[in-house]
Ligand binder design. Structure first.
Ligand code: FES
Length: 175
């Protein structure tokens, strides 16, 4: 891999006037999350989850706000957010389909499922359909290897997946 130099120190982050972390959210984090952890950094993942669910993304401005709130560096937030495929800087579709691509699912046929979704939705993993309905992800082990192949559709885990079962699940999703 070749190192690519990026002007990160001078990058201008797009800002909107309204903060992503509202006073109400901060109050809730202070009351419910911070007391659970010895260090503020411990609350980072739960806060990232909350922001991703609320806005369907964690934009760079939100990362800076989270860093300020937790009194950590924006680089700490970016390091964690960029480690997990679940966090996106652009809004995901209204439904996120995340197919497990780790070993147990791989040997139980995850590729056929992923290929079917790529053809059906006409997108590649980590892309969103033009109508904003679906985002397709390929994730590492979802912790349900004994029921492979599996996928998350939004927050629900679906086990022993087949193409027929998947098609039916997609048909029943609201617009
Ligand atoms: S490999 Fe797919 S759930 Fe573990």
């Amino acid at each position: 891999m070749a190192w690519t130099v990026k002007p990160s120190a001078t990058t201008v982050i797009e800002q909107r006037d309204k903060p992503y972390l509202t006073p109400k959210m901060k109050q809730r984090y202070t009351a419910e999350l911070l007391p659970r952890y010895e260090k503020a950094m411990g609350a980072l993942v739960p806060i990232l989850n909350d922001v991703q669910h609320r806005y369907r993304c964690v934009p760079y401005q939100a990362m800076v706000e989270i860093a300020r709130f937790l009194q950590i560096t924006p680089a700490d937030v970016l390091d964690t957010a960029s480690f997990y495929e679940e966090y996106t800087t652009e809004p995901t579709g209204r439904h996120v389909i995340a197919v497990c691509q780790s070993f147990a699912c791989e040997i139980c046929g995850h590729q056929a499922i992923l290929d079917h979704l790529r053809r059906k939705l006409d997108i590649e993993p980590h892309e969103t359909t033009d109508d904003g309905k679906f985002t397709l992800l390929a994730l590492e082990c979802l912790g349900s290897c004994d029921t492979a192949p599996v996928a998350l559709i939004n927050d629900d885990l679906h086990e022993h997946l087949t193409i027929e079962k998947l098609d039916q699940l997609l048909e029943n999703l609201p617009d």
